[in-house]
Design a binder for this molecule. Structure first.
Ligand SMILES: Nc1nc2c(c(=O)[nH]1)N[C@H]1C(S)=C(S)[C@@H](COP(=O)(O)OP(=O)(O)OC[C@H]3O[C@@H](n4cnc5c(=O)[nH]c(N)nc54)[C@H](O)[C@@H]3O)O[C@H]1N2
Ligand SMILES: Nc1nc2c(c(=O)[nH]1)N[C@H]1C(S)=C(S)[C@@H](COP(=O)(O)OP(=O)(O)OC[C@H]3O[C@@H](n4cnc5c(=O)[nH]c(N)nc54)[C@H](O)[C@@H]3O)O[C@H]1N2
Ligand code: SF4
Ligand SMILES: [Mo]
Length: 734
């Protein structure tokens, strides 16, 4: 196809919020990525989006398939053709799955950056017979979606445009971090909406809010139980909704009564009057939202904390109403990935082999099977992959099995658009797991530490090079156009193409009847009688008119058809059906600080972009945040080099002394490795400053129900060190 010379619409995939932008092309090359032409959307761009041409045209971008020639991880390669790579990958994967069974094949992918998979990864795996798909979303919106389903059968999206109160549990969108959400919060603030922030630090959002509750890290569940105590004692809940549409109120109330405000004050460190004031503000607002937050996705009481957000939404009457939390459902005009994935074709026997199925089942197939009937009844499809995260393997179980062969061998690992080595807890174990594989395939745009461990590295295309319609992964009922602006480099592929080409080699070609992405898009639009070309010609975005209080006709997609304040699914799975607060490992004399991961750096998305000079210049090296009084206590100063040590690992970074930090807490950044150290330090320095080396995934660090790690407040200590010589490299490189 000839390259376009005009301006096209693009959905940016540098981060996962998916702004719709405009791409300009000159001489067949992406020259500029700019803001939208619709004034309503024109502020939805950050400097990462603006840097897209630098990323997409970067000289280090992978352009040829690579085959490992050195030892695993040695980072020595030969260039081969795409056809040869695919033939060899298919042959080797067949051999492994013939020998060890289809479940010996695992995949880790995040999906939003590769964008064009369309559920074909799960389709391939389901046809082959492997349940072992996992994702970075198991520590983000994906697991939150799965846990939300336990309570009311869907994952809501806050009605930012009409709400009068926004509660931010740690969530801290900024001008260059999740920009559209930042803009929506600002618009609500300007309208007079109340903003309540719960954050140990004085975060950007806390600087201008109605109430700021500086809770101790990891105590969000206890805080919510305190709010419910006030709401129940003062009868601030929606009694009619609770009576008619909720089950388990008495059990919940009994649990909440175990958390008088004195106890909640003791656990969270927040004054009980302030807790009560915040609870009242939330419960009495005419339309209030608790937007999704990653903070409760990654802590020891995660399932309880996420459930408590759901429960607060429900009992205050904020569910499926204007200004509250909208339950969108699937877009009526677009076939969802949940259908394309063919989950019903994977036998129950294979599903039950999914990693985590037995001990941490909440986002595995085990819970999905229990919700299948109600989901089909209410939402029209038995499986609802909301934000891709609802029937995943548990990553800790998965990497342990890959490393040890227990409970069965996992010997082939494909990683697509995900830097898996650094993107889960216990990086040491992930390395061991990868070293124990017979076949690793990475689909990537740059050589990452994870890709360095692969047998084959396949170069991927990027968002300016492919056609797409984004559907918010069934979370938002909006279709957003992304157009191919230029051809992708000759040997690069979309992930769609990759899975299709593999399927053909496995003899499943007839189950992948779409030969191009555009045919896949035609198929996905087919039930609304349109082709991709027609969609492209007619609109750049399409919204469904929201409908409210739909449950009055359909009930909720839970086993009881009601909002389950006490969860029947959790009970049947053998867990406590009502939420509780659990302490993670506490700071001690040896490890006196509570360490949390987070506060994303503006210039990077997760582990990416450290090689993009335009962005790296804005944040050359990682830093650990500390409160001034703690720094004094440690005889440390701003700019000192320190080692942050836990019982499991250590990272080195520069100290940043910040008034805004909470005493007794340390912030460690996520995602740092050093592309400039490639060939000089093992795996590009992936073990030097990565938060994933610090946190264990032993049971005492895991949420029981989902088995996700406690990244919000584990014990650590600081030791002064000198600037490691390797950190001079970057400065020398520019
Ligand atoms: N230790 C630890 N782990 C975490 C977190 C944490 O704070 N600490 N955070 C969690 C959270 S919130 C999230 S959302 C997840 C994020 O997990 P991911 O979204 O998987 O992010 P990364 O692991 O950085 O991997 C993204 C990779 O995709 C590549 N990429 C970008 N665009 C394309 C493309 O178009 N095609 C292909 N093939 N590749 C592309 C990038 O080069 C990069 O290496 O991680 C989770 N994991
Ligand atoms: N520039 C940029 N933007 C991004 C990303 C990126 O990598 N770069 N990643 C995107 C993704 S995938 C995600 S998930 C989001 C994450 O971004 P946010 O949702 O904003 O979350 P974080 O930046 O991890 O941390 C936010 C706040 O949580 C507070 N906090 C720490 N521990 C706790 C706790 O236990 N409880 C509470 N209540 N608060 C706590 C911290 O002090 C911090 O201020 O950002 C998105 N936006
Ligand atoms: S916030 Fe920035 S990186 Fe994320 S989608 Fe928007 S422009 Fe792209
Ligand atoms: Mo995330």
């Amino acid at each position: 196809m000839a390259a376009k010379t005009d301006t096209t619409y693009s959905v940016c995939t540098i981060c996962d919020i998916g702004c719709q932008l405009r791409t300009e092309v000159e001489d067949g090359k992406v020259s500029r990525v700019i803001a939208h032409d619709n004034p309503m959307l024109a502020n939805n761009i950050c400097f990462k989006g603006v840097a897209a041409p630098a990323i997409h045209n970067h000289e280090d971008r992978l352009r040829t398939p690579l085959k490992r020639v050195g030892k695993r991880g040695e980072d020595r390669w030969e260039e081969i053709s795409y056809e040869q790579a695919m033939d060899e990958i298919a042959e080797r994967l067949k051999k492994i799955t013939d020998e060890y069974g289809p479940e010996s094949f695992a995949v880790s992918t995040s999906g939003w950056n590769t964008q064009t998979t369309h559920g074909t990864d799960r389709r391939f795996m389901n046809l082959l017979g492997s349940p072992n798909w996992t994702s970075g979303v198991s520590l983000c919106a994906g697991n939150t979606a799965a846990v939300n389903k336990l309570t009311y059968g869907w994952f809501p999206m806050g009605d930012f445009a009409n709400t009068n109160c926004i509660v931010l549990f740690g969530h801290n969108p900024r001008k260059h971090s999740w920009t559209p959400i930042y803009n929506q919060i600002n618009a609500a603030r300007a309208r007079g909406a109340k903003i309540i922030v719960l954050d140990p630090r004085v975060s950007d959002q806390a600087e201008d809010c109605s109430l700021h509750l500086r809770l101790r890290a990891g105590t969000d569940a206890a805080m919510c139980l305190g709010w419910l105590k006030v709401i129940f004692d003062e009868e601030l809940y929606d009694k009619d909704f609770v009576r008619d549409w909720c089950t388990g109120f008495d059990e919940l109330k009994a649990r909440v009564d175990e958390y008088p405000l004195e106890r909640v004050e003791e656990i969270t460190g927040v004054d009980k009057e302030l807790i009560a004031e915040a609870a009242r503000m939330y419960a009495t607002a005419d339309g209030a939202i608790i937007p999704w937050t990653p903070i409760t996705d990654m802590q020891i009481s995660s399932t309880s904390a996420i459930r408590l957000h759901s429960i607060l939404r429900a009992v205050t009457g904020n569910l499926d109403v204007v200004g509250g939390e909208t339950l969108g459902g699937f877009h009526e005009g677009y076939i969802p990935e949940s259908e394309i994935a063919l989950h019903e074709e994977l036998s129950i026997e294979q599903k039950s082999k999914q990693m985590g199925f037995d001990d941490h089942p909440v986002y595995t197939y085990r819970a999905a099977e229990m919700l299948k009937g109600p989901t089909e009844k209410v939402w029209g499809y038995p499986y609802a992959d909301i934000v891709m995260g609802c029937h995943m393997a548990n990553p800790s179980n998965l990497f342990r099995a890959m490393a040890t062969g227990d409970p069965y061998p996992i010997k082939a690992f494909f990683v697509l658009g995900n830097n898996a080595l650094m993107s889960y807890p216990n990086q040491h174990q992930i390395l061991k797991a990868m070293m124990n594989q017979e076949l690793i395939v990475a689909h990537e745009i740059f050589m990452t530490p994870t890709a360095m461990l692969a047998d084959y590295v396949l170069p991927g295309d990027v968002f300016t090079e492919r056609n797409h319609i984004a559907d918010g992964w069934s979370w938002a009922t909006r279709l957003t156009l992304s157009q191919k602006a230029v051809d992708s480099p000759e040997n690069t592929t979309s992930t769609f193409q990759f899975w299709r080409d593999l399927a053909v080699r496995f003899g499943f070609g007839n189950r992948f009847p779409w030969t191009t992405l555009e045919e896949m898009l035609d198929y996905r639009l087919s039930r609304s009688g349109r082709t991709f070309a027609e969609f492209e010609a007619s609109a750049y975005m399409e919204m469904q008119t929201p409908k409210f209080r739909k449950y009055r006709k359909t009930g909720f997609a839970t086993p009881s058809g009601k909002v389950e304040l006490s969860s029947s699914v959790l009970e049947d799975l053998g867990f406590d059906p009502v939420p509780y607060h659990r302490e993670g490992p506490l700071p001690s004399d040896e490890y006196p600080y509570a360490v949390f991961s987070g506060v994303r750096e503006d210039p990077f998305f997760q582990t990416g972009q450290r090689n993009i000079q335009e962005l790296r210049r804005r944040c050359p090296l990682p830093s650990i945040f500390i409160h001034p009084e703690d720094a004094t206590k440690e005889s440390l100063e701003d700019g000192d080099w320190v080692r942050l040590e836990t019982a499991y690992g250590e990272v080195t970074a520069q100290l940043s002394v910040q008034e805004s930090m909470k005493q007794g807490h340390l912030r460690v950044p996520h995602g740092w490795w050093y592309p400039e150290l490639r060939g000089k330090v093992e795996l590009g320095g992936a073990f030097l400053s990565s938060d994933a080396v610090l946190c264990s995934d032993d049971d005492e660090f895991l949420d029981h129900e989902q088995g996700i790690p406690h990244f919000k407040g584990y014990p650590g200590r600081l030791v002064k060190t000198t600037r490691p010589a390797v950190f001079d490299e970057w400065q020398e490189a520019v």
